[in-house]
Design a protein around this ligand. Structure first.
Ligand code: KG4
Ligand code: ZN
Length: 351
């Protein structure tokens, strides 16, 4: 089974950041990897003092999805505003910040550069350390915001770009034990949403429609894989397309809600089964959901039911499931070390 470790990017100023620090750590973070421009200020990795998100959804509706060039330009227009709003919301000055942080990847390079350069500039201007943050580590850390969650636990990271089961052994160790071999779950949601004619952003609209349909109306296939914790959604996408084409011939009006509900039942039970198996095998009694798709109503319902079997289930508030900067600040706190990386560059993919 492939085991990959996330790499944390570290700083060169000798300031101890994280749970071992003896002083309060106030981290200012920026996020601009995809279609949200966000700034946040978080104390000691958990207490959100400010959280500002400028969404580009309205712009991208026009194009039916995210156009990288358009996204980068929108980030540039929004970044200064979200920075000043975050300082205002927290009622904090730059001098009071312990360290500045920003997402370095994975994401759209042009978009990442906007947040990264703004974050580095702030660090230089206030003479503070800079911490580059991995967006995926950060999604998991969203579970620390306003909670008392402590490792060890198993995390299910489900977003527009990734689908991973992660073993979190300690604050600084996140090990991937399973992941998608093709499409990400959010991508599958967005593609099937488009196939049944739902507007962008597809995932949340499909979720809403699914709640009005019959989850057992249509049977869709489930991939069988060598690593029992891995996922594959490309076959399901093709099967959904074939089902929709067949139903279009049979029905005058496409039973959209039943298709949505059947798709949702298929993917949520796969995610649930595999994560539960990983938790059982590792002997973990705590599971944390993360990423944009963790906002999904059915995923939350299935996992929260496990609380009746002695499990502790965590899922971030919806605003911390989708992209935000509070999770970046939390990750900077929990995964940073004592040195800094003002020279860090952006990266688009994990491997
Ligand atoms: O984590 P995120 O905001 O961005 C990435 O880092 O990818 O995740 C975005 C993904 C999109 O594919 C979106 O359609 C999906 O999360 N999503 C949902 C729901 N809300 C957002 N998918 C299913 N059900 C939802 N309620
Ligand atoms: Zn994300």
């Amino acid at each position: 089974m492939p085991v990959k470790e996330f790499k944390t990017i570290i700083t060169d100023k000798s300031v101890l950041i994280g749970p071992d620090s003896e002083q309060d750590n106030i981290i200012f973070a920026l996020e601009s990897s995809c279609d949200e421009t966000a700034a946040a200020i978080v104390k000691n990795g958990r207490e959100v003092l400010a959280n500002v998100v400028a969404s580009q959804i309205k712009t991208h509706i026009e194009f039916g999805g995210v156009v990288p060039e358009v996204a980068a330009r929108e980030h540039l227009e929004a970044i200064n505003l979200v920075i000043s709003q975050a300082f205002e919301q927290a009622n904090i000055k730059g001098e009071e910040i312990t360290a500045f942080a920003a997402t370095v990847g994975p994401g759209l390079v042009g978009s990442l550069l906007v947040g990264l350069n703004a974050g580095k500039s702030l660090a230089l201007a206030y003479d503070k350390p800079f911490i580059g943050v991995n967006h995926l580590n950060a999604h998991v850390c969203a579970n620390y915001l306003n909670t008392d969650l402590k490792p060890p636990f198993v995390a299910l990271l489900i977003s527009g770009g990734h689908t991973q089961i992660i073993e979190v052994k300690s604050y600084s160790e996140q090990t991937i034990i399973g992941e998608t071999i093709d499409d990400a779950i959010g991508e599958a949601y967005d593609k099937v949403a488009r196939l049944i004619g739902l507007p962008y952003p597809g995932g949340v609209n499909l979720d809403k429609l699914a709640q009005t349909g019959n989850p057992f109306a249509f049977k869709l296939p489930e991939a069988k894989l060598k690593n029992e914790y891995d996922f594959s959604f490309s076959g399901l996408k093709t099967a959904s397309l074939q089902l929709i084409q067949k139903l279009k011939k049979e029905y005058t009006e496409l039973p959209k809600a039943d298709i949505a509900a059947s798709f949702q039942e298929n993917v949520t039970s796969t995610l649930f089964k595999k994560t539960k198996k990983a938790a059982d095998n590792i002997n973990a009694k705590t599971i944390a959901l993360a990423g944009g798709v963790a906002a999904n109503s059915e995923i939350r319902r299935k996992f929260f039911e496990l609380q009746n079997q002695g499990f502790k289930i965590y899922a971030p508030e919806i605003k911390y499931c989708t992209d935000n900067a509070a999770m970046i600040a939390s990750s900077a706190y929990f995964l940073a070390n004592t040195t800094d990386s003002i020279s860090v560059e952006v990266f688009s993919r994990m491997h």
